[in-house]
Design a binder for this molecule. Structure first.
Ligand code: NAD
Length: 302
């Protein structure tokens, strides 16, 4: 039987509608809306496109959205001062600095300057520590891993006691999703293996997985024969493998492929995410949830 297709596009719509209801409620009951500042340095087309989507989503939800665009020659000191000014601004609950930053700026220094209680990307070491501790300590899980966990839970896949295998050990995907999956609590309690480039028999590890999360950035790395029948497969990989002309817009667009051979894998897996339209749409959605939660922490609702 072909797999259930876990549509990030559809789940995103549901979550955004839930968030919109919450924003309206917070406004009516507490007279406050979540505030997000997006800081963009320079005009890298990919960064501009990400920031534009974040701004649009925030505005559609009824957030206060402040856009700070700076020339690429801004000094590190000026950028630090800008971040600091939003750390002090009570109407702002989330500060997002779009990466990458120009070479003369130390991006770690900038990310470290963000108040951890406004770090809605979840990249500050304080939030990495909170994630490691788990439970109520977790404030802002990084957005892509939080989105992956949400997809698994909303697809009705049982994580408790499941064998989960994560391929990839990056700080933004592999490590945090492993943490979320083995943490005590809903959407957790799995037994997690993290595989990486030095893993001896990747195929064997994948074959054991009830939940297989692949975040390697290697097209078709995971072969259909490595998938356990009925497994939940989350393909995080986004690989540009060519270009095509869009039927909708007539523009040239990238052909994207995941880390799993989707067409063959969907005949074996129990559920699977497509690329695009799987994990991708969840990242900004979780950024919005983190920003909303930041306001709720501030006013004592969480
Ligand atoms: P990364 O390059 O930082 O990490 C890749 C990890 O995969 C490394 O830990 C490496 O050890 C492992 N790996 C690479 N090749 C491997 C192999 N042959 N066998 C076993 N392990 C291998 O990448 P990342 O930032 O974690 O991103 C991974 C993929 O996810 C990329 O394709 C990226 O574009 C995509 N991504 C998507 C989203 C999204 O959809 N929103 C967000 C972040 C990343």
């Amino acid at each position: 039987m072909p797999a259930q297709i876990i549509s990030g596009t559809e789940i995103r719509k549901t979550i955004l509608s839930e968030l919109q209801t919450e924003v309206a409620h917070l406004k009516a009951e507490h007279g406050q809306v979540p505030g997000l500042v997006t800081i963009l340095v320079g005009a890298d087309p990919a960064s501009m496109s990400y920031v534009t989507s974040k701004i649009k989503t925030a505005k559609d939800l009824g957030f206060k959205e402040v856009q700070e665009n700076r020339d690429p020659d801004i000094s590190e000191a000026d950028l630090l001062a800008l971040v600091e000014s939003y750390n002090r601004d009570d109407s702002i609950h989330g500060i997002l600095v779009q990466l990458p930053l120009p070479k003369h700026i130390d991006d770690q220094k900038i990310l470290m300057a963000i108040d951890p209680d406004k770090d809605v990307d979840g990249f500050h070491p304080v939030n990495a520590g909170r994630l490691m501790i788990g439970g109520d300590a977790v404030k802002f899980p990084p957005c892509t891993p939080a989105g992956i966990q949400e997809l698994i839970v909303r697809a009705g896949v049982e994580t408790s006691g499941a064998e989960a295998v994560v391929v990839g050990r990056s700080n933004i995907v592999g490590k945090p999703i492993a943490n979320l999956l083995f943490a005590k609590g809903p959407g957790g309690n799995a037994t997690v293996t993290v595989a990486h480039t030095r893993t001896k028999d990747l195929a064997e590890h994948c074959r054991r997985a009830d939940i297989l999360v692949v975040a390697a950035g290697v097209p078709d790395l995971v072969k259909p024969a490595w998938i356990k029948p009925g497994a939940c497969v989350i393909d995080v990989g986004v690989n540009r493998v060519g270009e095509k002309v869009s039927e909708k817009t007539g523009k040239t667009i990238a052909i994207l492929k995941g880390d799993v051979d989707f067409e063959k894998a969907k005949e074996i897996a129990g559920s699977i995410t497509p690329v695009p339209g799987g994990v991708g749409p969840m990242t900004i959605t979780m950024l919005m949830r983190n920003t909303l939660n930041s306001l709720k922490y501030r006013i004592g609702l969480l």
